[in-house]
Design a protein around this ligand. Sequence first.
Ligand SMILES: *[C@@H]1O[C@H](CO)[C@@H](O)[C@H](O)[C@H]1NC(C)=O
Ligand SMILES: *[C@@H]1O[C@H](CO)[C@@H](O)[C@H](O)[C@H]1NC(C)=O
Ligand SMILES: *[C@@H]1O[C@H](CO)[C@@H](O)[C@H](O)[C@H]1NC(C)=O
Ligand SMILES: *[C@@H]1O[C@H](CO)[C@@H](O)[C@H](O)[C@H]1NC(C)=O
Ligand SMILES: *[C@@H]1O[C@H](CO)[C@@H](O)[C@H](O)[C@H]1NC(C)=O
Ligand SMILES: *[C@@H]1O[C@H](CO)[C@@H](O)[C@H](O)[C@H]1NC(C)=O
Ligand SMILES: *[C@@H]1O[C@H](CO)[C@@H](O)[C@H](O)[C@H]1NC(C)=O
Ligand SMILES: *[C@@H]1O[C@H](CO)[C@@H](O)[C@H](O)[C@H]1NC(C)=O
Ligand SMILES: *[C@@H]1O[C@H](CO)[C@@H](O)[C@H](O)[C@H]1NC(C)=O
Ligand SMILES: *[C@@H]1O[C@H](CO)[C@@H](O)[C@H](O)[C@H]1NC(C)=O
Ligand SMILES: *[C@@H]1O[C@H](CO)[C@@H](O)[C@H](O)[C@H]1NC(C)=O
Length: 841
Amino acid sequence: MMSPTRLAGMLIPAMAFLSCLRPESWEPCVQVVPNITYKCTELNLNKIPNNIPPSTKKLDLSFNPLRHLGNHSFSNFPELQELDLSRCEIETIENDTYQGLNHLSILILTGNPIQKFSTEVFSGLSSLQTLVAVETNLQSLEDLSIEYLKNLKVLNVAHNLIRSFKLPEYFSNMTNLEYLDLSNNEIKVIYHSDLQVLHQMPLLNLSLDLSLNPLSFIQPGAFNEIKLHELTLRSNFDSTDVMKTCIQGLAGLKIHHLVLGEFKNERNLESFDKYLLEGLCNVTIEKFRIAFFDEFSEDITDLSNCLANVSTISLVHLFLKRPRYLPKNLRWQRLEMVNCEFEEFPKWELDSLKEFVFTANKGVSTFTEMKLESLEFLDLSRNDLSFKGCCSYTDLGTTRLKHLDLSFNDIITMSSNFLGLEQLEYLDFQHSTLKQSSDFSVFLSLRNLRYLDISYTHTQVVFKGIFDGLVSLQVLKMAGNSFQNNFLPNIFKDLTNLTILDLSKCQLEGVSQTAFGSLPKLQLINMSHNNLLSLDTLPYEPLPSLQILDCSFNRIVASTEQVRQHFPSNLVSLNLTRNDFACVCEHQNFLQWVKDHRKLLVKVEEMVCTKPLDMQDMPLLSFRNATCQRSKTIITVSVFTVLMVSLVAVLVYKFYFHLMLLAGCKKYSRGESTYDAFVIYSSQDEDWVRNELVKNLEEGVPPFQLCLHYRDFIPGVAIAANIIQEGFHKSRKVIVVVSRHFIQSRWCIFEYEIAQTWQFLSSRAGIIFIVLQKVEKSLLRQQVELYRLLSRNTYLEWEDSVLGRHIFWRRLRKALLDGKPWSPEETADAENNHEMVTSAW
Ligand SMILES: *[C@@H]1O[C@H](CO)[C@@H](O)[C@H](O)[C@H]1NC(C)=O
Ligand SMILES: *[C@@H]1O[C@H](CO)[C@@H](O)[C@H](O)[C@H]1NC(C)=O
Ligand SMILES: *[C@@H]1O[C@H](CO)[C@@H](O)[C@H](O)[C@H]1NC(C)=O
Ligand SMILES: *[C@@H]1O[C@H](CO)[C@@H](O)[C@H](O)[C@H]1NC(C)=O
Ligand SMILES: *[C@@H]1O[C@H](CO)[C@@H](O)[C@H](O)[C@H]1NC(C)=O
Ligand SMILES: *[C@@H]1O[C@H](CO)[C@@H](O)[C@H](O)[C@H]1NC(C)=O
Ligand SMILES: *[C@@H]1O[C@H](CO)[C@@H](O)[C@H](O)[C@H]1NC(C)=O
Ligand SMILES: *[C@@H]1O[C@H](CO)[C@@H](O)[C@H](O)[C@H]1NC(C)=O
Ligand SMILES: *[C@@H]1O[C@H](CO)[C@@H](O)[C@H](O)[C@H]1NC(C)=O
Ligand SMILES: *[C@@H]1O[C@H](CO)[C@@H](O)[C@H](O)[C@H]1NC(C)=O
Ligand SMILES: *[C@@H]1O[C@H](CO)[C@@H](O)[C@H](O)[C@H]1NC(C)=O
């Protein structure tokens, strides 16, 4: 056991060592883009970290207590383009802090309690385009020494303590300034002299935001003859009177875009007065926008008095209720109504209007006919409108329409095929419910349509002519719909100019081989989120231009090589993530193909196996070929082994006795034989064997010892074993008693066959045939072997006559004596002269 003090003695130096290592090895800043972008926000840094590469272009140091920025603080980062110093408790910035940052284009100083900007603090920032000094305790624009920033485009000094709108002299040299944000300051009055600089040297394109300043007075003529790009005055006035006089103060201004109104959570005015905007008659306005007035005039006509010559007008978040009559002579070209409240669909006739955006409005539920003769662009999306009959010239009152957006509405019933709307180029129905769209060729007359979106419109495509007539169509989006039998038929036959086709989330299981036959320009097919089982489902041959194919989120298992050969040669992106790949050897060609085409496949490392179970969720790339080779070998070897074993088994089964004989031969080879002969006979002939054979041979002189199964076999031992061990092995010769019974007995024939093997194996010339009775040739022929033997060899024929018997026994004895060791007492009655009876059948 180690004592605690010793342990501490070891641990403390180790920890000290580690803590010494930390500043170098531990990277406090997040490397967003290596060598380029570093994020060091909220790390409690009190000096600029020194382990950031000098090549850094974007550095975020926000929310660190840096407090003080000294001489050449950033000289280590000569490449810096963006520097964020938000909320770093910075109070002082020295003269040469930013020296050397010749490429800095964005500097953010938001939320620092800066006491004083030194006069040369921004010197050196020759490329600075955006300076954000929001919430920096700035009291006056004069305090900000930005005269060196010749390239400045955006100056944001919102949320400060600036009381005077007086633009300092140096503004006249900042010819690039485009945007000045002075919102949320303390400017109350604007005098003619404040804008002296603009009068002297007009900045032609300045946008000015003065929102949230408590304006009470604008000197009339202050803006006279001044041109601005944009002026925003929101939540500036605490009464309608003030607003009215201030707006009159704008007289003479020429402005591209004027924004009036309030903020959602900064409302001061109680009601909108009809005469509020009278002053605008003396202002030249191109675009006008008004936002967030609760009690807006019921009569939109009020707007028209001084805004008749405006080209674009947008009304956002207003309570309009019943928009009544609008004078026909308005010159409005674009009207936007967003997030307003209506009680009924506006019914205007505006000859000048070319674009009408009416979206996300509440309170209207049914579309009613419009009459806007010049209308080219109509956006009626997100209103929850329902359309009883769509769409034709009579509904919209225009024949010039090019862009029609009816997306995110309620039910749209397709009752006419765009009669009089042949100019349409863009048509969007997504997320509205289309009725009867698959009943006839709805789009037949839209020969100019380039873009069609019917995604998620609850359309079930049944009718194959649904897209007939769309000869110019380039983009077709129909995600989230369905097809009859989940099968994609050839419904695209007219769409020869199609380049983008989105069929995702359509529950597709099959695709007709002719489906893409007429789409030679198709570049993108999105088949994601369908139920395709194979990559081979799609016909690739007719798609020479295909570049992007998205088949992610299907149930694809693999693909075959024949099909992959026809993959379009222009294909650059194939998304097959989230499928049901089978990482089995059967598909090893496909898996190898995946490895070889990493560049083509999107997020190839995220493609995972779902089968087999032990590979589940493993990357496809981790599949190893080698396992296949091994298992192939294993299979081959095991099949071979099984075959061999079965063959051996069959052979053993068949030649069991022969094998036993063989084993026995070794054991008993040339040993002393107990018997002179083993007799094989049919049990039917047993009488003859007992009465004739045994009597004559065993009791004669010399006596022969016969092996007879009824007598000599050892009880309890299998017959077969007895035959072999007792019969064959212990006998010198075998006597085969051939009779009709013998030939008919399978067992006898079997015994005889073994005898032959025995004869062959032990190389003893030992089988003696006794033909007991004439056997018909035909019967004998059934035993081909026996027949052959009998016809080729000599045999003894039993004859039941005195002479016949005598000869028989003499010959038999002679045959048995052959090879028998002589005993002296035995008489030599052997005769050399033996008669042979040759086969005579
Ligand atoms: C980052 O810069 C270092 C040194 O200049 C260089 O060795 C390294 O390769 C760069 N890393 C990258 C991703 O560019
Ligand atoms: C700023 O640093 C430069 C060299 O880095 C030095 O020459 C100069 O005197 C310093 N200025 C001040 C005011 O510390
Ligand atoms: C900053 O520079 C100006 C002009 O060069 C000089 O008058 C002023 O003293 C300097 N301020 C500091 C803190 O060095
Ligand atoms: C404007 O720039 C000119 C020349 O670059 C210079 O002479 C003049 O003093 C500058 N005016 C102001 C107010 O900085
Ligand atoms: C004026 O500035 C705006 C951005 O504030 C820009 O979009 C517009 O193109 C500019 N116009 C001209 C004529 O420079
Ligand atoms: C427009 O300006 C003229 C003088 O410039 C003034 O007489 C007239 O009252 C102004 N009109 C409005 C509606 O403010
Ligand atoms: C609109 O323009 C016409 C002709 O250019 C002019 O007569 C009319 O006074 C203008 N209306 C307003 C409100 O500026
Ligand atoms: C298909 O597009 C080409 C150019 O992109 C155009 O020339 C051709 O007229 C279009 N075909 C049809 C039938 O609109
Ligand atoms: C295909 O559609 C799915 C969803 O419908 C979308 O997430 C995916 O980005 C689309 N793929 C391409 C290549 O546009
Ligand atoms: C498939 O990959 C493409 C290319 O990166 C991507 O645009 C698309 O969104 C992906 N599809 C899905 C369903 O995420
Ligand atoms: C894997 O198998 C493929 C085809 O069966 C073959 O082309 C490739 O060379 C093999 N790769 C390895 C690493 O054995």
